[in-house]
Design a protein around this ligand. Structure first.
Ligand code: SF4
Length: 127
């Protein structure tokens, strides 16, 4: 899920922010939480415990995030998409679009190296 980080070493949370796990509080209550990473909470300064109000299972958080991204796209709120692009990219919400853009770039590259003039001479009636 999401883009691979080739250029940086380090530990990143799910939205692509680098985290120092040594400074993160332990959270043993909700290992399925979206913010949970190696036994630590990457979002809060202090663990919220069993009744943590910020607890959200990862799948639910991803589902809600995808829905929010879709709504922003439908509303053409590119300003807000731009604001959260790093997180959306890290979460993999743009994977299909990035793949499609890569494909288009390859097609344009192939087209750029095509002898367009020679091809046009093969079209009947074109001189
Ligand atoms: S947000 Fe709350 S439940 Fe989730 S990892 Fe942090 S402390 Fe644990």
């Amino acid at each position: 899920m999401g883009r691979k980080r080739k250029e940086k070493d380090g530990i990143f949370d799910r939205i692509g922010e680098e985290v120092n796990l040594e400074k993160c509080p332990e959270c043993s209550e909700h290992p399925d939480c979206f913010c949970h990473h190696n036994g630590k909470c990457t979002a809060l300064n202090a663990c919220g415990g069993q009744g943590c109000v910020f607890y959200k299972p990862t799948e639910k958080a991803l589902e809600e995030g995808r829905a929010a991204y879709r709504k922003l796209k439908e509303a053409k709120r590119h300003d807000l998409i731009q604001r959260y692009i790093k997180a959306y990219t890290a979460l993999g919400f743009l994977d299909e679009e990035i793949k499609a853009a890569d494909k288009k770039i390859k097609e344009f590259e192939a087209f750029r190296h095509t002898d367009f003039r020679k091809l046009m001479t093969q079209v009947p009636g074109f001189s």
